[in-house]
Design a protein around this ligand. Structure first.
Ligand SMILES: Nc1ncnc2c1ncn2[C@@H]1O[C@H](COP(=O)(O)OP(=O)(O)OP(=O)(O)O)[C@@H](O)[C@H]1O
Length: 267
């Protein structure tokens, strides 16, 4: 189907020119407990960066800083900067809604909204003022196709999203996230609850998307990192121990803690 208006199709020019996420001296505390310690790193635009490391090392905390979901946890304190396109997203004057609009999030478990498949995808565009049914129809079709879900749901768009399988729900959440035209896709172990075929769908989508979006993904699945990541960050006890091109970190780690983790000694 040909799109009547180009505006809803993510064009390269829609996406930020620089797009790198630059983390400078970032510290996060949950109460007295420090979860991130002086994180300094640049995550490259339009690449897949995988964050790996043992349980509790701070991967999800780092991800939650990027969309400022960290703000919603009581008792947290954040110091340092996360720069995106010249703006510090932790600046007290930063527009949190605008920041979150730039970030699509895929969680471990899909959380479709309690509404129809159609309305899930139309939700964001409606909030941004799109009301015309014909326009919404095009948007919903476009993004369901982007998420490789259209063929499976086109005949039941008005049925509840809860009726989809978990793997389909995750792709629906992907379509919903894409429909607000993010610059960055954050994945917090986005395939951990999925069967192998559904996982492969998401991985394949991430690889296809990386020319359009900056993708940052927490994963415990080293094989997944090997398959799809361009860059890898290895964290341990709240610090970044090592980062770099995936092949370098995985095949030739410089730090013993990284190699022990890769060999399965630290888990
Ligand atoms: N809401 C919270 N309140 C207090 N401490 C927290 C909270 N969330 C996380 N932490 C602590 O912060 C540290 C980092 O947690 P985080 O969830 O970022 O680790 P992770 O590497 O993502 O772990 P996992 O791989 O198990 O998901 C851990 O010690 C954790 O117990």
């Amino acid at each position: 189907m040909k799109m009547a208006t180009e505006i809803f199709v993510p064009q390269i020019t829609d996406i930020c020119d620089e797009g790198n996420i630059c983390v400078e001296g970032l510290n996060v505390f949950y109460g007295d407990r420090q979860a991130l310690k002086d994180i300094n790193i640049t995550l490259p635009a339009k690449k897949i960066t995988a964050i790996i490391g043992p349980s509790g090392c701070g991967k999800t905390t780092l991800l939650k800083c990027f969309n400022r979901l960290i703000d919603s946890i009581d008792g947290t304190k954040v110091t340092g900067k996360v720069m995106l396109n010249g703006e510090d997203i932790f600046d007290p004057h930063a527009d949190v809604i605008k920041i979150r609009k730039k970030m699509g999030l895929l969680s471990q478990r899909p959380y479709p909204l309690p509404m129809s498949i159609f309305d899930n995808v139309a939700y964001g565009p409606r909030i941004h003022g799109i009301r015309k049914k014909s326009e919404l129809n095009q948007i919903v079709e476009y993004y369901l196709k982007e998420a490789s879900l259209w063929d499976e749901v086109k005949d039941r768009l008005n049925t509840p999203a809860s009726g989809l399988s978990i793997g389909q729900q995750q792709r629906l959440c992907l379509a919903r996230g894409l429909a607000v035209k993010p610059e960055i896709i954050l994945g917090d172990e986005p395939t951990s609850a999925l069967d192998p075929i559904s996982s492969a769908h998401i991985e394949q989508k991430f690889v296809e998307f990386k020319n359009k979006y900056t993708i940052v993904m927490v994963t415990h699945i080293l094989r997944q990192a090997i398959r799809i990541a361009d860059y890898i960050i290895f964290m341990y006890l709240g610090e970044i121990i090592e980062h770099g091109p995936a092949y370098q970190v995985l095949e030739n780690p410089k730090d013993k803690r990284t190699s022990d983790y890769i060999k399965g000694i630290i888990s």
